[in-house]
Design a binder for this molecule. Structure first.
Ligand SMILES: Nc1ncnc2c1ncn2[C@@H]1O[C@H](COP(=O)(O)OP(=O)(O)OP(=O)(O)O)[C@@H](O)[C@H]1O
Length: 340
């Protein structure tokens, strides 16, 4: 498999927003992320709000510079490149689709100008070739030609997201990262946009990284699913195993709480809230809510273990047995004195 983009030991640490000018608080938005995105695959990213999904997405497309660690695009360290070279690499290899097309698109530009913008910035082809490419892209995402001179404010939410997708595809990138691409849209058009993304992925051989709170959709769209917790990737599993054969207790809990996936089973009860990303717990970040946690979990963050099945890895001192039914875990979590 050719790696399009690769993260190695990548960290993102922010200054806390609420802390004031001289505050020392740091937000550990992404901690030690290792990830390879290969040509043509779809990776779904799941986890609770604030766990670092958007940060991971932005790091993959070069919008967010990591505090440490590397981001390699086709084998070359993105942040070791000169700025002009980096901009060219980001533009030609990656595209990003944001959650809300009404804020992501410049309201004063026409559809034609928005879709053409990356071609102008990266000086692709002649003027006539750029116009031809805009027509091609609009057709590709199912936008009628008549909308070329319209403004974003004159379009429906679904049409605006199609414009954003056309712009993301303008330079023919190998990887498109979609961060909650349908959550700002009416329920009736969500399926159309998801189907469009899947169709484009097939037709263009794109790799797709898909971030969403909608776990059912992530599972349906993806080849592999990544679970994040408090800035860390804690599990990576093939999509057809992640629902009921995942090994990390947190992944099992997350999927057990998603209606319709594991019926009939109650959600695994977790104790307490997600800790603050400014003060993550020592060792495994999930230990404060995990029914399996013991002293070892407070001591160290386990390394990734590789399961029997290729492409499945997880970081846990006390992983769930592969064939252990989730309803058994619900019982254990309700009565932690039961042997694990
Ligand atoms: N620019 C920033 N400055 C300070 N903190 C930030 C910044 N960007 C993100 N964070 C914090 O980093 C953590 C990870 O944020 P991120 O947006 O990646 O999470 P997320 O999983 O995408 O959340 P959601 O699902 O709610 O969109 C959060 O605690 C967030 O508040």
């Amino acid at each position: 498999m050719t790696a399009l983009v690769e993260l190695a030991g990548t960290h993102v640490v922010h200054k806390a927003r609420s802390g004031g000018l001289f505050a020392r608080d740091r937000v550990y938005a992404l901690t030690g992320a290792d990830l390879t995105v290969a040509a043509g695959e779809t990776i779904g990213v799941v986890g609770e709000s604030g766990c670092g999904k958007s940060t991971l997405a932005k790091v993959l497309v070069g919008v967010q510079r990591p505090t440490s660690g590397t981001v390699s695009v086709r084998g070359r360290d993105l942040w070791a490149m000169a700025p002009a070279e980096r901009r060219a690499a980001i533009g030609s290899h990656t595209g990003m689709i944001f959650q809300d097309p009404s804020t992501a698109l410049n309201r004063r530009l026409t559809v034609r100008q928005i879709v053409r913008d990356p071609l102008d910035v990266h000086r692709r082809g002649t003027c006539a070739q750029r116009e031809e490419r805009v027509r091609e892209l609009m057709a590709l995402v199912g936008l009628p030609r008549a909308l070329a001179d319209g403004l974003p404010g004159q379009l429906s939410g679904g049409q605006r997201q199609r414009v954003a997708i056309a712009r993301a595809l303008a330079l023919d990138p190998g990887l498109v990262v979609a961060d909650e691409p349908t959550s700002a849209l009416d329920v009736s058009v969500r399926a159309q946009i998801l189907n469009l993304l899947l169709d484009l992925k097939e037709r263009l051989g794109l790799a797709l990284v898909f971030v969403s709170h909608d776990i059912q959709t992530v599972r349906r769209m993806s080849d592999r699913v990544i679970t994040m917790y408090l800035g860390r990737i804690v599990e990576e599993a093939p999509a057809d195993r992640v629902t009921d054969r995942s090994r990390h207790p947190y992944t099992r809990a997350l999927f057990s709480a998603t209606p319709g996936l594991l019926a009939p089973v109650d959600p695994i009860p977790l104790v307490g809230p997600v800790p603050s990303a400014t003060r993550p717990p020592s060792g495994c970040p999930f230990r404060t809510r995990c029914w399996k946690a013991d002293g070892a979990c407070a001591e160290s963050m386990p390394e990734f273990s590789v399961s029997y099945t290729l492409g499945h890895r997880f970081r846990c001192h006390h992983p769930v047995e592969e064939d252990q039914p989730t309803r058994e875990l619900v019982r254990q979590a309700r009565d932690p004195k039961e042997p694990v």
